[in-house]
Design a protein around this ligand. Structure first.
Ligand code: SF4
Length: 407
């Protein structure tokens, strides 16, 4: 990320900007004091004359000319005197006064501006080695800005891990199952390698692989064909729906319609007839009418969900949806209870389809998951065993099974 620290006014300002630049360099940023194309501009302003104030405001426009997408942070004397005049300018994301200069790096950290602008993926050591299941980070951040979600403000913009690094960690993992995780796995991209290509590379991994939560829009015939060809991907798709109503989806800034989501489910079942499609649905979004809510209920059997995670709407400060008038707690509670009942019925129906059929289950301490995400309990199963089993009937939150073979 390139940061431009542009300074107007006195020697004092220059000295302060120079120390700010040193702090930025120490954090690994490319820093310049020349007004040129950058990802983030820090403008140290001057208010010694009216003309100096005008020039300070004009500098914001000059910065935006170099990069209209860049954020501008304004500080110094003119920001202290007329902060509101800067705050209303497009692109200005933060105005600090003259007093706060020494704390500017800290303020930038707190407001998330560094994270927002930094698109490099932070490599972390793999989490503790586990012979059963490993979670492998492939992506972080999110650019989607759903109206109810605070994540893009907290975790910053989407960035992906290098494909070769993903493959290296997957090949070195002793686990029998690897779950590819990220905030927005669908947006995975390392140069020419998107999610579909990554799936092709991971075919070489001797573990079964499960994809983390996906957006419906990423599911294509090509992606499904890549999974099928790889042979080691579980037929389990967690597609976040959030609402079955087009009006609510629009208010949530979700970029698909009910019909598009259902078309995506059909495409999955054509390639993987036994697929588990799991999802999340929010009950009681502020604009949700009773009719809208009933559309969320009716899509559950229509999509054939294997599991639905239900959440009551909860306003997150700083998001667009938090400014909307919230529904009453009693309406949200009542909708949550109907949604949860519909979710439980769907899960039971999905599980029952596999009674008498064989599944492959990776057992943990107490039960395990089949490739299509049914929780399975079998007498004699040991932690870490991958077994071929036959499902018998309902047990607790899943199904009972007899072990046919330890793989
Ligand atoms: S809900 Fe998911 S896709 Fe939407 S903004 Fe939040 S993290 Fe991104």
């Amino acid at each position: 990320m390139k940061v431009c620290v542009f300074t107007l006014g006195c020697k004092m300002n220059e000295v302060e900007s120079a120390s700010l630049m040193k702090g930025l360099e120490a954090r690994g940023f490319e820093v310049t004091d020349k007004l040129s194309k950058a990802d983030l501009y820090l403008l140290n302003t001057c208010a010694v004359t009216k003309e100096a104030e005008r020039k300070s405001r004009q500098a914001v426009a000059r910065m935006r000319k170099f990069n209209p997408k860049a954020s501008v942070v304004v500080f110094g004397c003119a920001a202290e005197r007329g902060g509101e005049k800067f705050a209303e300018k497009e692109g200005v994301t933060l105005v600090c006064g003259a007093q706060g200069k020494e704390k500017i790096l800290q303020r930038l950290d707190e407001t998330g501006i560094f994270r927002e602008k930094d698109r490099s993926f932070s490599e972390l050591p793999p989490p503790g080695q586990n012979r059963t299941r490993a979670y492998l980070r492939i992506q972080d951040g999110c650019d989607r800005f759903c109206s109810y979600c605070v994540i893009p403000y907290l975790r910053g913009r989407s960035r992906s891990r290098r494909a070769e690094s993903v493959l290296k960690e997957a090949l070195a993992s002793p686990s029998k199952e690897i779950v590819l995780t990220g905030i927005d796995v669908s947006s995975y991209r390392d140069g020419e390698t998107g999610l579909k290509e990554l799936i092709g590379l991971l075919a070489a991994v001797p573990a079964r692989i499960r994809l983390g939560s996906l957006e419906a829009g990423v599911v294509s015939a090509e992606l499904l064909a890549a999974m099928k060809k790889a042979g080691n991907f579980c037929p389990h798709f967690h597609l976040s729906l959030q609402s079955g109503s087009d009006a609510v989806l629009k208010a949530m800034n979700r970029r698909y319609t009910r019909a598009e989501f259902l078309a995506c489910c059909r495409m999955i079942y054509e390639t993987f007839p036994d697929a588990a499609i799991t999802t999340d649905i929010i009950a009681g979004f502020p604009t949700e009418t009773e009719e809208n809510f009933e559309e969320s209920l009716s899509i559950i059997p229509e999509a054939g969900f294997a599991r639905v995670h239900c959440f009551p709407f909860s306003p997150r400060p700083g998001t667009a949806a938090a400014k909307l008038k919230d529904l009453s707690p009693s309406v949200k509670r009542e909708r949550m209870s109907r949604l949860t009942a519909a979710a439980e019925a769907a899960e039971k129906e999905y599980i029952a389809k596999f009674f008498g059929k064989e599944r492959t289950v990776l057992f943990e301490e107490d039960g395990g998951y089949s490739e299509n995400y049914i929780r399975v309990y079998a007498a004699g199963a040991e932690e870490g065993q991958l077994c071929r089993v036959r499902l018998k009937g309902y047990e607790r939150d899943g199904a009972s099974a007899e072990i046919l073979e330890v793989l």
